[in-house]
Structure formats: structure tokens, C-alpha cells
Design a protein around this ligand. Structure first.
Ligand code: AMP
Ligand code: ZN
Length: 666
């Protein structure tokens, strides 16, 4: 007779197979009733024999684990965005750029772009160990307990899977399930959900995984990530993933030209309406993974992939009023307040109009009937006016000349499309906006303090700039609306903890115009302390890699203000990191300063990413194509022949991996 343990294992395997047939292949071979009977049997046995517990048992799919705070997890491999294209010309341009950077013919995998919540799943020895949301691309939330309840996500793989890898995909909510959920909500007198995509991503953040288990979510996979993946093309990797038990839609095709890519796009532009879930375009990927490596990434997206968006949906509606918002930099943004209208599954009430030029160019007026379009952005935009429906007494829009908040006269400098309120220290939305930026997740990431509380603190006169945060006391904040002893304590602790945030993020947080995350990193790395940065001249700043006149001027302007210098000095006194720490300095040298280096081929001792980091840590710049400005090439195995020829023609030195590593050893 088989042992209890063996019986449990057999039941698990059997149920796994049925799950797979049902949820991945859409081809069940037993009835729901029989499945339930077997599942109940397994549940009973597992309860009686807790010693045979398995976190990946099919019984775990029903959920029950409650997550109060989702743990933040750093992605081992960053989750990038995709560049967008909208026309054949865009695609041809892209192809031209690619062909400059890689050797040989280029083929493309064409896939659909699923519109849901992106997800990264990590498998070790065939078991799901972690599911993390995309977050900001660098780090996301650990939502493993919730994702485990999604039946098309295999908890245990089959076949010849690598021992460790990540796989990426999209969690979607098919229309059917979405409509069923809404029917139930309406029957219960609840507001229906707006669209499947937001409902899918909202579901992942529910605290009770048993609730998630009830939602008919699906996980569609499209990308293997990791080292030693045993595949050499994207197309092959889709096949492999499918064989390991993942749900990989079989719509992908291989194309060898932009024309073939467009055939795929045109076909799906109409056919997609028959799909059970939402898609918003096509993703085109260079098929050869070696070529993908060669192409690498820009600051935001892979060079080897391109999204092609299906035509956005449009509607027309009446523009009731144009209002004006003041941002944290004082920039004025006109906002169109619309007669509410349904567009691509959401009710639209507002649309953005970029600036005064836009209003003038399209001659947008209040009471006009306007065309509104929704692309990938959250806020839709106005793309035109239906002049035939313009009221007879309509008059052109007169752009405001005063700040709507503090009534200071607006300024607009040459070459700037936006108007600005120059009242830096006295304009409320700017004061509040700067502090909100300071505490935001990518900046000082202050736990326990939100944007609304910042507004309250400013309006109550408790703070007027971000350095004031560090002097707040618990007694001062407790009387605020919706504050309690505990939340006040969290707030104060969160502020205290922020003094450990590294210099590069502080530099981003203090809100110098045009100094975004990437620029802040560059400046921090180059100057190493705020004092060095403050005393740098305009010319010196412009010498820094990727820092142009505009940014240099803005940095000078920021520190020309006595007020700003005072605030920075106060931050320093409170212990905020205003220079690179010892640890960060370690391993950083100037050995490759001023050198522009190209990395090509495959490496043995360090990964390509590590190699690039080594170059940057030693003060060098990684460049993607060989030119007369290239200092040298680090050439691994399988370096492309045309790159080699180019380097030779220009007389550029090729260093082997070893030679390079020798070079940077101090
Ligand atoms: P975007 O957010 O518009 O920059 O588009 C990038 C996102 O598209 C990625 O983060 C993925 O979540 C999503 N996506 C959907 N389908 C695919 C696909 N087949 N390949 C790659 N990314 C996809
Ligand atoms: Zn103002």
C-alpha cells in the first residue's frame, strides 16, 4: 500500500496537472466536481499531517495569508519600460539604429502587449519563490502570497527548467471575469469597477489573499530573465517557458522585416477585439538574445524592443472651463475641465493641455466641443476642436497673466513653453509641492508622512520648507486632523530615518529644477559632496558628462539663493547625507576618467552589467557604439565582426576581459 506521504504527493501532482490543463491549456479533462473532491481530500490529508506541509501545494491556491504591509524588494534585474512607436517610419528608424549597433541580419519576435499589471516571478529549483510588482522598475512590492492564488501561475515547474531564473509577465483580468465581478457588485449595491487593468493591479495589493483567490486573474508570460538561460532567441524562450508550464499566449510570430511586423500589427489591430483580455499594442523584440545583449538599454528602455501602440480611442465632449494649476517648480499647467465622458473604460473629467502655445495652436476655447484621446498616459489629452460646434459668441482664450494662487505676475522666458510664477518663497502650492517632492518615494521616501499631511503642516504654519521637518515634535503634530499618538510617532520616526538616505537621492530631493534622478546621480558621483557642487563654476558643471548649459545654469541659480543655501546648511546640521559615504566611495576611482569605453561580446568572469558598473565606478563612460571618440573596447567572446572591423579601421585598441580587469586593479 502506498504511504500517506506518497498519496499526498500523488494527489498534488495530479491536481497540478488538472490545474495546468484547465488554466493554462484551457482544456480540462475532468469535471469541476471531481476536481473539488480531490482537492478536498488533499486538504483533509494535509490538515491531518502537517509534517508533509508544502508551500507550493495546490491547496495553497485558496489563499488565506494576510499581508498588512507589502515588503519592498529590489529587482535583481531592473524592470524597464518600453519605447513607443506609432508609424512605419518610427519602426524603420528603429531598425536603422539597431543595424548600426549589431552585426548580421535582424529578426523580430512580434507579441501582443497585454494591458495589466507587470509582474516578475522568481523560480528556484522549479518552485515559485517570489512574485514582485514592477514598482518603479528598480524595486517593487512582494506580492507572492497573492500571486500564488492565480491558477495559471505554476507553483511547481516541469521539464528542463534552469535552476534559478526570473520570468516576467502581465497579470490581467479577462473581460468575462471582470464583467462577472461587476455584475455581483451591482447586485450588492456597490460601485462597479472601472476597467480590468486597474482592477487587476488593485487585486494584487489586497491584504487578504483569500479575496485575491476569488478573482479570476490570469498571468501571461513573455520574458525570461537571468544568466545561463539555455536559450538563444526570444522566440525559443517563449516555447521553453510554455514547456515548463507557463501560460504564454501562442500569438507570437517571427518577422524578418518591418513590413512583416506591420502585417502582424494590422492583423491584431482588429482581431484583438476577439481576445478575452485587453491589449493595447504590439511588442516587437529583436529575436537573437546575443544581439539583445549587444544593444543593451537606454536610461529607460531596452534598445532591442519597441512597443507599437494601437490607435488610441477618441471621443468628443464639451470643454466647460479651463483652470490653471501651479506645480512645485512654479510651472503653470492649464487643465481642461470636461463634461464627463466615457473613454476606453474610464470616465474622463479632465484633460491636460500642455501650455499656452497649445491653446493657441489648437485655438481651444471654453464651451468648445473638443476631441479627447487616451494614449498610454493616465490623463487624456485634447487633440483638436470641432469648430462646427463652436458657440456663436465664443471668444479666444486669454491666458492668465497672474498666478492663480498668489497673484504674482507670471513670467515666461525665451525658449520656455511654460509660464512660471516667480514667487518661489511665497507661493503656497510651490512651497507644499517642494516638500511633497522631498518626501516622495524616489527622493527621501519618508514613511508615515503623506502629501496631504504636508499641506496641513504648511497651512498650519508648522513648516515652511523641508528642513523644518527635522524640528517637528510629536506634540506639534498630534493636534492635526486624523493624527493619533501612534501615527504622530511614525511620522517623526520616518523623518528621523531619512537622514540615512544616500547623497544622490538627497540631491534629487532638494528639487533643483532639471535635476532629475539620473542627473542627480551623475552630479553626486562627480562632485561627491554638496560643498563641491555649490562651489563649482558654470564651466566646470558643463564639463560633467551629460550636463548641459540649461542644467548647469539651474544649479548655479539654485545655490545663488541665500535662502536655499541656508536650508541646505540646516539639513547638514540635522545630519542629512550631503556627501557620498565612505562605503559608496570604496571601489570608486578616477582611473578611467574622461574615457569613453565600448563593451562588446560575451564575458567569462563578470557579467556585462557588472563590467559596465566597473567602468562607471572607475570614472569612465560606457558608450554603445564605436566612434573616433572611443578610448578602447572591452572585447569578449563572439564580438561582432563589423564592430571589430570598425575598431580596427579607427585604430582603437581592443582589450580582453582580463586585460581590462588588470587595468583597474589598484
Ligand atoms: P509601458 O508601461 O507602456 O512603458 O510598457 C512597458 C510594459 O509593457 C512592460 O512593463 C510590460 O509590463 C508590458 N508588456 C505587456 N506585454 C508585453 C510583452 N509582450 N512584452 C514586453 N512587455 C509587455
Ligand atoms: Zn504663485
Amino acid at each position: 500500500m502506498e504511504s500517506i506521504k506518497q498519496h499526498i504527493v500523488n494527489l498534488r501532482n495530479e491536481l497540478r496537472e488538472h490545474n495546468y490543463n484547465y488554466y493554462v491549456l484551457d482544456n480540462p479533462i475532468i469535471s469541476d466536481y471531481d476536481f473539488d473532491v480531490k482537492l478536498k481530500e488533499l486538504q483533509g490529508l494535509e490538515e491531518k499531517h502537517p509534517e508533509f506541509y508544502d508551500a507550493n501545494s495546490p491547496t495553497q491556491r485558496v489563499g488565506g495569508e494576510v499581508t498588512k504591509n507589502f515588503e519592498t524588494v529590489k529587482h535583481e534585474y531592473r524592470m524597464y519600460s518600453l519605447d513607443n512607436s506609432y508609424s512605419k517610419e518610427d519602426l524603420l528608424d528603429w531598425e536603422k539604429r539597431i543595424k548600426k549597433l549589431v552585426d548580421g541580419d535582424v529578426a523580430y519576435t512580434c507579441e501582443l502587449k497585454y494591458d495589466g499589471a507587470s509582474m516578475s516571478l522568481t523560480y528556484e529549483n522549479g518552485k515559485l519563490v517570489r512574485a514582485v510588482t514592477r514598482g518603479d522598475g528598480f524595486q517593487g512590492d512582494n506580492v507572492t502570497a497573492n500571486v500564488k492564488t492565480i491558477k495559471s501561475v505554476p507553483l511547481q515547474l516541469k521539464g528542463d527548467y534552469p535552476s534559478k531564473f526570473e520570468i516576467r509577465g502581465e497579470i490581467v483580468l479577462p473581460f468575462d471575469g471582470f464583467n462577472k465581478m461587476n455584475a455581483e457588485r451591482i447586485a450588492n449595491g456597490e460601485e462597479p469597477y472601472r476597467n480590468p487593468r486597474n482592477t487587476a493591479s488593485g487585486s494584487l495589493k489586497l491584504q487578504d489573499s483569500a479575496e485575491v483567490a476569488k478573482r479570476p486573474l490570469e498571468c501571461l508570460l513573455y520574458n525570461l530573465t537571468g544568466s545561463n538561460l539555455v536559450v538563444s532567441t526570444q522566440f525559443e524562450s517563449l516555447d521553453k517557458a510554455r514547456s515548463w508550464g507557463f501560460k504564454v499566449p501562442d500569438v507570437a510570430v517571427l518577422a524578418t522585416s518591418v513590413d512583416e511586423v506591420l502585417e502582424f500589427v494590422n492583423y491584431w489591430d482588429t482581431k484583438r477585439h476577439d481576445l478575452p483580455y485587453e491589449t493595447d499594442g504590439v511588442v516587437i523584440k529583436v529575436n537573437n538574445l546575443q544581439q539583445q545583449e549587444e544593444l543593451g538599454y537606454t536610461a529607460k528602455a531596452p534598445r532591442w524592443a519597441m512597443a507599437y501602440k494601437f490607435k488610441a480611442e477618441q471621443v468628443s465632449t464639451v470643454l466647460n472651463e479651463i483652470t490653471y494649476q501651479v506645480g512645485r517648480t512654479g510651472a503653470i499647467t492649464p487643465v481642461a475641465n470636461l463634461e464627463p465622458v466615457e473613454l476606453a473604460g474610464t470616465t474622463v473629467k479632465r484633460a491636460s493641455i500642455h501650455n499656452a502655445d497649445q491653446i493657441e495652436k489648437l485655438d481651444i476655447r471654453e464651451r468648445d466641443t473638443v476631441f479627447v484621446e487616451k494614449g498610454g498616459e493616465i490623463i487624456p489629452k485634447i487633440i483638436g476642436v470641432d469648430i462646427s460646434r463652436r458657440p456663436l459668441d465664443s471668444e479666444p482664450t486669454r491666458y492668465i497673466s497672474e498666478c492663480p494662487e498668489c497673484h504674482t505676475a507670471l513670467i515666461r522666458t525665451e525658449g520656455d513653453a511654460k509660464h512660471y510664477c516667480p514667487n518661489y518663497n511665497g507661493c503656497n502650492p510651490q512651497i507644499i509641492g517642494r516638500i511633497q517632492h522631498y518626501i516622495s518615494r524616489k527622493a527621501m521616501d519618508i514613511d508615515g508622512l503623506g502629501g496631504e499631511t504636508v499641506a496641513l503642516l504648511v497651512n498650519e504654519g508648522l513648516i515652511s520648507n523641508y528642513s523644518d521637518l527635522y524640528e517637528l515634535t510629536k506634540d506639534q503634530v498630534i493636534p492635526l486632523e486624523r493624527m493619533a499618538e501612534k501615527s504622530a510617532e511614525n511620522l517623526i520616526n520616518g523623518i528621523k530615518a531619512s537622514i540615512n538616505i544616500p547623497f544622490e537621492r538627497v540631491l534629487y530631493a532638494i528639487g533643483i529644477r532639471y535635476v532629475g534622478e539620473t542627473v542627480a546621480k551623475k552630479l553626486a558621483k562627480h562632485y561627491k559632496s554638496i560643498d563641491n557642487l555649490m562651489s563649482a563654476s558654470q564651466e566646470d558643471l558643463e564639463q560633467v558628462d551629460e550636463i548641459g548649459v540649461k542644467i548647469a545654469e539651474s544649479v548655479k541659480l539654485f545655490f545663488a539663493s541665500e535662502e536655499n543655501v541656508n536650508i541646505v546648511n540646516r539639513l547638514k546640521r540635522f545630519g542629512v547625507q550631503l556627501s557620498i559615504s565612505e562605503e559608496e566611495l570604496e571601489g570608486q576611482t578616477d582611473l578611467l576618467k574622461g574615457q569613453s569605453i565600448v563593451v562588446s561580446g560575451v564575458f567569462q568572469q563578470v557579467s556585462r552589467t557588472e563590467l559596465k558598473k566597473l567602468i562607471e565606478d572607475n570614472g569612465g563612460k560606457v558608450s554603445s557604439s564605436i566612434s573616433s571618440k572611443t578610448s578602447f573596447v572591452v572585447a569578449g567572446d563572439k564580438m561582432g565582426p563589423s564592430k571589430k572591423d570598425k575598431a580596427n579601421a579607427l585604430g582603437i585598441v581592443l582589450l580582453s576581459e582580463n586585460e581590462f580587469l588588470q587595468k583597474i586593479i589598484k
